[in-house]
Design a protein around this ligand. Structure first.
Ligand code: IMP
Length: 198
C-alpha cells in the first residue's frame, strides 16, 4: 500500500484520515511512526498558519511530502470560540470531555436558533522544492444540549449534523468522511496525492 504522512499525534484525526485515504489505496503514517520525538508548537493565529507550520516542519525534517491539518470548532454565539484553541479550550490537559462541558456550560442559556456552529479544517501540503499548498473545508451544524454518540473524537458528541439528522458521534467513519470539514478539504487535493505520495 502507498503511504501518506500526516503531521499529527491526534489518534482521532489519524483515524479520520485513514478512512478518507483508504479508497485511494493509501495507508497513513503519523508523527508517532516517523518522528515521535517531534512536538510542533502551534504558534499561528489562524488554522492555515498552524497547518503550514506543522506541514513544513515535518517535511523539512524528512525531506518528503507530508500533509498537516489544523482544525477546530467555531461557535457563532461565542464569537467564533473555541476556534484555534479548540484542543485546549478547557486547559492544557486537552481533555475532550472537559472541552465539551465548558461549551455546554457557556451555551446553557442559549436556545436552538442561536446554537449554530461549524467545524473548520485547514490542510497544508508541503514537500521538497514545492510551494506549500493549503485548502480548507467546513461542516455546518448545531451544538446539542447534551452529549450523544460514541464514535469520532473531540467535540463530535455535541455536534448535531442537520444534513444527516444525527450527531457527528453517531456517524460511521465513512459517513463522517463524506460530510466532514476534513473530508471536504481532502476532496480539494485528492487528485494531486497519487503523484506526491508513492
Ligand atoms: P489541532 O490539533 O490544534 O488541530 O486541534 C484540533 C481540535 O479541534 C481537536 O482536538 C478537537 O478538539 C477539535 N476538532 C477538530 N476536528 C474535529 C472533528 O472532526 N471532530 C471533533 N472535534 C474536532
Amino acid at each position: 500500500m502507498k503511504k501518506v504522512i500526516v503531521a499529527t499525534k491526534n489518534k482521532g484525526k489519524a483515524k479520520d484520515f485513514e478512512t478518507l485515504f483508504h479508497p485511494f489505496g493509501f495507508s497513513v503514517l503519523t508523527l508517532h511512526d516517523v518522528a515521535n520525538d517531534m512536538d510542533i508548537e502551534e504558534t499561528g493565529e489562524t488554522f492555515q498558519e498552524n497547518a503550514i507550520l506543522k506541514a513544513e516542519a515535518l517535511s523539512q525534517r524528512l525531506n518528503m511530502f507530508v500533509i498537516a491539518d489544523d482544525s477546530g470548532l467555531i461557535i457563532d454565539a461565542l464569537n467564533g470560540a473555541p476556534g484555534v484553541y479548540s484542543a485546549r479550550y478547557a486547559g492544557e490537559s486537552k481533555s475532550d470531555e472537559a472541552n465539551m462541558d465548558k461549551v455546554l456550560e457557556e451555551l446553557s442559556n442559549i436556545d436552538d436558533p442561536g446554537r449554530t456552529a461549524r467545524f473548520y479544517c485547514a490542510i497544508a501540503l508541503a514537500g521538497p522544492d514545492f510551494e506549500t499548498k493549503t485548502v480548507y473545508g467546513t461542516c455546518e451544524g448545531v451544538i446539542a444540549k447534551e452529549k450523544k454518540g460514541t464514535n469520532g473524537f473531540g467535540y463530535d458528541p455535541i455536534f448535531y449534523v442537520p444534513q444527516l439528522g444525527k450527531m457527528m458521534a453517531e456517524l460511521s467513519a465513512e459517513e463522517k468522511g463524506s460530510i466532514s470539514h476534513r473530508g471536504n478539504a481532502i476532496k480539494k487535493i485528492q487528485a494531486e496525492l497519487p503523484n506526491l505520495f508513492k
